[in-house]
Design a protein around this ligand. Structure first.
Ligand code: COA
Length: 373
């Protein structure tokens, strides 16, 4: 092959254009707006509108967006029935993958124009939130709840999962994590979704692919893996001993490191401040001591910084959310970024088809089966 360009893991490779997000060492922005600005001045629904429609909504556009979302919230009964059939020990990400795929057979949006795709994206927001909440009810021996009119997306997910109106802190912090998780240019799951779009396949297939890709602990699965790591420790001393042993054994520490950010993840800085306030408010500073007992040596001795999944795991934990819901909640957010990228790819498409470098056996001849040893 001539003009060969080879970067293992596609590190640093520019694989396409996007108008949706810019990830830089020193900043993250969605359609030009800095993540810190969005985190303090908007809600997740506004960010979803920004990603899908290109602009922040005005008040009437936001009302219309929220009422479209509300219109799609009720899951098809056939889907709820399918969720009942899945064994209770199956992981929530696998259930969500199946749930979205099944929901696709009841897609209420017809057509594939850019407007249809945007509307389907809003429907997929409703479906992902609805499946996560319903599944949580079913595995805790409770019946799924009908949506409650008037709640924000974050509050709706919490209400339908936990069965009570969430408090202001829980709603605001879930909303914040949904904003922080919503979009991150060509990360693995978004790239996988764009590959699906590039073959002219359908949006539901793209989202199912995104879910399967996000599940891995090197990607979205890291928020659960990070919390499961912290749950091993009953003291900062135990965490400190563990991390120093991990250095010796060269173990990966979940919730740390990033392919692009080498001096820290802006989203993690924003969320960690909120986490410290939450821990103090809940009188759970012991968890922050354990958190710091892992973080400080990682930063000071290894120069490897927390990514957003590290503070997110503990934030969700202190809000009382079950660990197997953490990566599914990431899906409830990132589905907006995936859909925005699907639309961008589909409306300006070139098939994504890279090359590989062949490293297998040299050319050889087939031995007839009777003569093979
Ligand atoms: C995200 C991640 C896959 C990025 O990987 P990458 O860009 O391929 O980075 P590399 O694996 O090349 O890491 C460079 C060096 O830092 C080390 N490193 C990176 N992340 C690390 C981590 N979380 N724990 C321990 N060491 C880590 C690597 O071992 C490597 O060390 P070496 O040069 O001595 O071999 C990686 O940091 C990781 O596995 N993190 C944990 C999972 C996670 O939190 N994922 C969520 C990402 S948002």
């Amino acid at each position: 092959m001539t003009d060969e360009i080879y970067k293992p893991g596609l590190e640093g490779v520019i694989a396409g254009d996007t108008d949706i997000a810019a990830v830089e060492q020193t900043s993250l922005s969605y359609r030009g707006y800095g993540i810190g600005d969005l985190a303090t001045k908007t809600t997740f629904e506004e960010v979803a509108h920004l990603l899908l429609y290109g602009e922040l909504p005005n008040s009437s556009q936001l009302s219309e967006f929220r009422s479209t979302l509300a219109q799609y919230r009720a899951l098809p009964p056939e889907l709820v029935q399918a969720l009942r059939l899945i064994p209770t020990d199956v992981g929530m990400m696998d259930v969500l993958r199946t749930g979205v795929s099944m929901a696709g057979h009841f897609d209420p949006v017809k057509g594939d124009s850019a407007d249809d795709l945007r509307r389907r994206s809003v429907w997929l927001m409703a479906v992902t939130g609805g499946v996560v909440s319903a599944r949580h009810r079913l595995i805790t021996n409770k019946e799924p709840l009908d949506p409650k009119p008037g709640l924000s997306h974050a509050a709706q997910i919490l209400y339908q999962a936990l069965g009570e109106d969430p408090d202001e802190t829980a709603t605001r912090l879930l909303d914040l994590t949904l904003i922080l998780y919503a979009e991150h240019e060509y990360n693995a799951s978004t790239f996988a979704t764009r590959v699906v779009a590039s073959t002219l396949s359908d949006m539901v297939s793209g989202i199912v692919t995104g879910i399967g890709t996000l599940k891995g602990p090197l990607h979205g699965g890291a928020n659960e893996a990070a919390m499961n790591m912290l749950l091993q420790f009953d003291s900062p001393a135990a965490a400190s001993a563990w991390i120093h042993e991990a250095f010796v054994k060269k173990h990966k520490v979940m919730g740390f490191g990033h392919r692009v950010y080498k001096n820290g993840d802006h989203r993690a800085f924003i969320l960690e401040d909120e986490l410290r306030t939450l821990a103090a408010k809940k009188d759970q500073m012991n968890w922050m001591e354990i958190y710091d007992a892992i973080k400080d040596p990682m930063v000071n001795e290894k120069k490897i910084f927390p990514n957003v999944d590290y503070p997110c795991g503990l934030t969700y934990y202190l809000l009382g959310l079950p660990v197997d819901m953490y990566t599914p909640l990431f899906v409830c957010s990132r589905v907006t970024g995936w859909c925005a990228h699907f639309i961008e790819q589909a409306t300006n498409n070139r098939l994504i088809r890279p090359r590989s470098r062949y490293t297998g056996p040299a050319a050889r001849e087939v031995t007839p089966i009777g003569q093979r040893s």
